[in-house]
Design a protein around this ligand. Sequence first.
Ligand code: MN
Length: 204
Amino acid sequence: MFKLRPLPYDFGALEPYIEARIMELHHDKHQAAYVHNLNKALEDYPELQRMSLEGLLTELDKVPEVIRTAVRNNAGGDFNHTFFWEVMKKDGGGEPKGQTAEQIKKTYGSFDAFKDTFSTAAKSVFGSGWAWLVMGKNGEIAVMTTPNQDAPVMEGLQPIMGLDVWEHAYYLQYENRRPDYIQAWWHVVDWDKVEENYRGIVEG
Ligand code: MN
C-alpha cells in the first residue's frame, strides 16, 4: 500500500509566501486523500499495489478501466505533490543554477523571459491543474501545463520543476488572486533541487 510521505519541512517554512495553514491542509488533507483514494482503488489489485506511482502513471493502459480514472487522479495527485514539495524550500528563490540556468538562457533568452513564460502558462490553466518545466522529447526544456492531477510522465516527459495552481494551493491566503500566488511562489523555489532534477534527467 502507498503511504503519505512527510512534508520535507515545517508547515511554516515557506511563509510569508505560502502560509502554514495552507501547507498543513494541502499535505495532511489533500495529498493524504490522494494516497487514501489510490489505496482504495487498488484494494483488489495486489499486483498493481506493488507498482511505483510513476509506473502506474506511465502504464495506465494496463490498469483495469473500472479503476483507471481513480488511479490516474490519485496516483497523479500523490506523485505531483511529492515532486512539488521538493522543488520548494525555506529561503528559496533567487536565480536558477548550473546547467538549468544555461538551458533557460539558451531556450528563453533570459531568466526574466522564462519567468514570464512559466507564469503566463500557470495563470492560463483553466480550472485546476499544474504548470511544469519539463525535458522535452527532443532534449530541450519546455514549459507545459496539465489539467487536474495529470503528470508530465503520462506523456513520457520528465518534470524538472512544477507549480500547483489548484485553488486549494492558494485560496486561503490569496483568495482569487492566482497571479499574486504565482509571483510569490518564485521566492520559495529551490533552484538547487531543480538543478538536481535537471542533471538527473540528462545524466540518466
Ligand atoms: Mn495540490
